[in-house]
Design a protein. Structure first.
Length: 403
């Protein structure tokens, strides 16, 4: 058995290599449209680029509430034939990807338009990759496994959380293997995206809260990452400031367009931060809560975040204190230790304010070793966490979330 200290040195060496890659590798960004009505401007751009047949990847609820009606009408007026695949569920599965691919091929679509939250966008990314790469989803798992450029992908997010419209990642669930499959490749970044806050004004408070806390997790984990860069620090702090100022407003006053638009940019900035700097143990554990119990990702992140920050604090006190300052929590005379603690406590207060629990009711004691193993496997070869934990420490941390 290799001593844990030696293992950590190996992880840190790998992360330094990844940081060097992140510094030099060009990460594409989508052409961005923003503001109320920007989703229709994106449709115009698609038509100008010669798209005549497009697959809209979304979920059934958005179709039911009529959120796609203006988009479909605009595409029709522009001479673009749109075919809707609305079979995406939260935590999209491999079977849903294959079903969407079947529709795309049958209708001979030239491009994909994702409309929805992180699940439809992630599904659309993988469908686009499957369309041009003759291999199953399982063989694209990991980093840089998408060899051929995906079909052109356009994105209209309807939640402010995942930032998937700008990231190099997509996550697909594999129920048969009881795991989530992360796929990371710069080729997955969409060509164009529209941040249209007007499409988010109908989101219910609990969805607004969960997705907003997801964006905050991205910003926080990117900022305390050992792979943080000056560029990612700027995006992470901007996202934190916007979230702290606007998420409570968006939750309590859902029709507030200014708060909605600000949250769409917060999500976008946070995603730009973690695309280069990475995330950490919060995501690693939350992904496995999703795989085991189908816990919504934003809720899982919100529950896990304070526990992981408590564990990590001693290795990133000054960084957490700076986040506390960005959150507007600093009082005269506050020292870094106190401000870091105040920031973590504020996250707990936000969860309580939004009705997000501090325990996971579905969590079973017997599942904890398996969840910990899977989380550590994901984190240790992917994320530059500020402080490493071993299997017993991870199990103890997860056990704190038992109801």
């Amino acid at each position: 058995m290799i001593p844990f200290g030696i293992q950590v040195a190996g992880y840190q060496g790998l992360m330094k290599t990844l940081k060097g890659v992140a510094k030099t590798l060009p990460f594409p960004k989508p052409t961005l449209f923003s503001g109320p009505g920007s989703s229709l401007k994106l449709c115009e751009a698609m038509a100008l680029m010669g798209v005549q047949r497009v697959l809209i990847v979304t979920d059934a609820m958005l179709v039911k509430i009529g959120l796609l009606e203006d988009i479909e009408a605009k595409l029709e007026a522009l001479g673009v034939r749109a075919v809707v695949y609305d079979g995406v569920l939260p935590d999209p599965t491999v079977d849903q990807i294959e079903a969407g691919l079947k529709v795309l091929k049958r209708e001979r679509c030239q491009a994909i338009l994702a409309v929805g939250g992180g699940s439809p966008i992630d599904a659309a990314k993988v469908i686009a990759a499957r369309a041009t790469n003759n291999k199953p989803v399982s063989r694209m798992e990991g980093m840089f496994k998408v060899f051929s450029a995906p079909l052109p992908l356009y994105v209209i997010p309807t939640t402010a959380g995942t930032g998937s419209e700008v990231t190099i990642a997509a996550v697909v669930s594999d129920p048969k293997r009881r795991k989530k499959t992360p796929i990371m490749d710069p080729k997955l970044v969409p060509m164009m995206a529209a941040l249209d806050g007007a499409l988010m004004t109908g989101l219910p408070p609990h969805v607004t809260a969960a997705t907003g806390m997801d964006a905050l997790t991205h910003a926080v984990e990117a900022y305390i990452s050992a792979n943080a860069l000056p560029e990612t620090d700027g995006y992470a702090l901007a996202a934190t400031r916007l979230i702290m100022a606007n998420l409570p407003v968006a939750v309590s006053k859902g029709k507030d367009l200014e708060a909605r638009q600000a949250m769409s940019f917060a999500s976008y900035y946070a995603a730009l931060a973690f695309t280069r700097a990475g995330v950490g143990y919060v995501h690693a554990i939350a992904h496995n809560f999703g795989a085991y119990y189908h816990t919504p990702h934003g809720v899982a992140n919100a529950i896990v975040m304070p526990y992981v920050l408590d564990f990590s604090k001693r290795s990133c006190i000054r960084r957490l204190a700076t986040l506390g300052e960005a959150a507007g929590l600093k009082k005269k005379g506050d020292r870094p230790q106190a401000l870091a603690t105040k920031f973590i406590d504020h996250i707990r207060s936000m969860n309580e304010q939004f009705g997000i629990p501090d325990k996971l009711d579905a969590l079973k004691k017997s599942d904890i070793p398996g969840i910990a193993r899977a989380a550590l496997k994901e984190a240790h070869f992917t994320y530059a966490v500020p402080r490493y934990m071993d299997q017993p420490a991870c199990e103890r941390l997860i056990a704190k979330m038992l109801a």
